[in-house]
Design a protein around this ligand. Structure first.
Ligand code: 5GP
Length: 127
């Protein structure tokens, strides 16, 4: 596994406080904030604070404490947004893009949580 983390990416700058964000939730290992170009009424980005490029990098290299914190944070955020189906919410979609074919724009792991409207088909095919 070879990942070179670029510490000049925009989310690294948000983590260092060099760029502002609209914070939704924060823990020791995790930060969540609103997407700058929301695609749904709720569009939250959840990132680990550690230098992980994408999901498999995180899943293979992060500590158990980071993974636990990140996973629990996603659950808490869904509950706090009121979108968890188990709490009578209307549901949500989680997306984690990775690499070239996944069309990942920002090379710091982020999960998108999209909710507040019907999100439509799982994958929109390009023409
Ligand atoms: P990706 O395509 O990498 O999965 O998604 C990157 C996301 O980051 C996009 O939805 C984009 O709107 C969002 N984004 C890019 N720059 C910024 C920023 O400076 N602040 C915030 N809050 N979101 C950003």
């Amino acid at each position: 596994m070879q990942y070179d983390y670029d510490d000049q990416n925009i989310f690294a700058k948000i983590l260092r406080g060099e760029i502002p964000c609209q914070k939704v939730y924060e823990t020791q290992h995790t930060l969540a904030f609103s997407d700058i170009a929301p695609k749904a009424p709720h569009h939250v980005l959840v990132i680990p604070k550690g230098p992980y490029v994408c999901y498999d990098h995180f899943a293979r290299a992060a500590s158990d404490a980071e993974i636990l914190d990140y996973t629990r944070s996603i659950g808490t955020i869904c509950a706090e947004l009121g979108v968890a189906p188990g709490d009578d919410g209307n549901g949500y979609r989680m997306i984690a893009n990775a690499g070239h074919d996944g069309v990942q724009e920002v090379p710091h792991l982020h999960v998108h949580i999209l909710a507040g409207r019907n999100i439509g088909p799982m994958v929109m095919m390009r023409p």
